[in-house]
Design a protein around this ligand. Structure first.
Ligand code: LMR
Length: 478
């Protein structure tokens, strides 16, 4: 819930901008420019306060800028201190309900930047002992936005928030990987049929299947961590287009130093500010990395749905924990709702990646004005991935059980078992066996003994689970 949904006293203060005057409810810490954005952008319905890490990062950027301006002597110390205090309150979680603009907006993020500038200015005014709206003492543009433009402050805040949100994605991913690894060990002895093209292939263990899920997801940690490092390069001091107009030559290093200390991140200034101001390459990579993770999660969920299909007329190799009645008409039916919802998250992340790609491509000359939709997509994808992975782990993976007998019977009744006899009988004889088994309905095991192709001891040894699920030494072929 944000402040615009709360009951108001009806009292207002008058504020003006280049378009004229507006009455701003006294309860609001934001001012006229945020009011304009509220009127203009009823778009996604998702407001800034849905992403607290973003608000925290905006406050940290504004704090670093105020400290650098104070150090340079271009912002009076009492005003700087009030701004710093207001920013610290916000980064600690206060006043988030006043960050109300829609995430999706025209104007390259100016509405977001002004929402932050106005809330900080009004809180700083209170700290200085003035009334909200008395901007002659602390002004959103003149003081809070000093030495900045949206075009450096906004992407810098986005990057800091992305680093922290990515860390949360990694934390959830690690827990999910651990859950798959635990199941990998639990199912280490469960022999089952491996399949390619959805046809019987060769045996494996269910443990190998689950350990492979852990392994494929483990690779994603490195991809996400690499991406986090790219976000450390920022363009504070670039101001509008990277030339640094209206900023002091010493502002960038000072601001970056303060920002590093405030955030605890090793932030560096971009070497080419013009490039850094119009480039969205880091967002493209981040989106691609998220898509890669989403695609892998979705593939795994497809597998879980297949392996748990049934219970009587499907593969029925595993049981997913039942989460809810599946059907309004079919009594007793239970659906794999958790993998299904994770599939849908993946579709959304894949769609968001396309949006990010198109928006990144749409940059023109010195700026990419499409950054708000990029930012919205990236945050949405990350938040959905975090929730999706937590849900998948807690409500599905940890509770999976194996139908050992079903898995084993499918191996011993399968024609695919014949592949294990290849090295002993040769491809031709094995093919004939497979065809006969198919035609007669007899098992491979039975046929080999019937035709005296191998002794029972030899056959049992070859078909031991541990001999079929990993490489082994063979005698030379004659
Ligand atoms: O808001 C600003 O500081 C600049 C704006 O994004 C613009 O380039 O028009």
């Amino acid at each position: 819930m944000d402040i615009t949904q709360c009951p108001l006293s009806g009292k207002t203060r008058s504020e003006h901008d280049l378009l004229g005057y507006m009455n701003v409810p006294v309860e609001y810490y934001f001012g006229i420019q945020t009011m304009r954005a509220l009127e203009n952008f009823h778009i996604s319905g998702i407001r800034l306060h849905s992403f607290p890490e973003f608000i925290r990062a905006l406050a940290e950027v504004k704090q670093a800028a105020a400290m650098a301006n104070r150090d340079l002597g271009i912002l009076d110390a009492p005003i700087a201190e009030a701004i710093v205090k207001a920013c610290m309150e916000i980064s600690q979680g206060k006043l988030h309900e006043h960050f109300v603009v829609d995430m999706v907006q025209g104007g390259a993020g100016t509405s977001t930047n002004m929402n932050a500038n106005e809330v900080i200015a009004n809180r700083a005014l209170e700290i200085l002992g003035h009334q909200r709206g008395e901007y002659q003492y602390c002004h959103p543009n003149n003081h809070v936005n000093l030495s900045q433009s949206t075009n450096d402050a906004y992407p810098t805040a986005v990057k800091i928030a992305m680093i922290r949100t990515t860390a949360k994605v990694i934390a959830s991913l690690r827990l999910l990987i651990d859950a798959f690894a635990v199941k990998g060990e639990e199912f280490a002895e469960v022999i089952k049929m491996g399949r390619t093209q959805l046809q019987d292939a060769v045996p494996m263990t269910l443990g190998q299947e689950f350990e492979a899920y852990a392994a494929t997801l483990r690779e994603e940690i490195e991809r996400l961590e690499q991406n986090m490092k790219l976000y450390l390069e920022v363009n504070m001091g670039a101001t509008a287009i990277g030339t640094g107009i209206n900023s002091d030559p010493d502002y960038t290093p000072l601001c970056v130093d303060h920002l590093s200390r405030i955030t605890g991140l090793q932030i560096v200034a971009a070497s080419n500010m013009i490039e850094a101001t119009n480039d969205t390459g880091v967002f493209i990579i981040n989106s691609a990395v998220q898509k890669r993770l989403a695609v892998k999660l979705s593939k795994i969920c497809n597998d879980l749905r297949l392996m748990s299909s049934g219970p009587r007329a499907g593969l029925n190799e595993i049981n997913l924990p039942p989460m809810q009645p599946g059907s309004s008409i079919m009594p007793g039916k239970v659906n794999p709702v958790i993998p299904e919802v994770v599939n849908q998250i993946a579709f959304r992340v894949i769609g968001n990646d396309l949006t990010v790609t198109i928006a990144a491509e749409a940059g023109q000359l010195e700026l990419n004005v499409m950054e708000p939709i990029i930012v919205h997509c990236l945050f949405e994808s990350m938040e959905m991935l975090i929730r999706g992975m937590n849900t998948l782990r807690d409500k599905c993976i940890l509770g999976i059980t194996a139908n050992e007998e079903v898995c084993r019977n499918m191996v011993y009744n399968s024609i695919g078992l014949v592949t294990a006899l290849n090295p002993y009988l040769g491809y031709e004889a094995s093919s004939e066996l497979a065809q006969e088994a198919l035609k007669t309905g007899k098992g491979i095991y039975e046929l080999v003994l019937e035709k005296k192709l191998m002794s029972k001891e030899e056959l049992d040894n070859v078909l031991k689970p541990e001999n079929m699920v990993k490489p082994r030494k063979f005698a030379a072929r004659k």
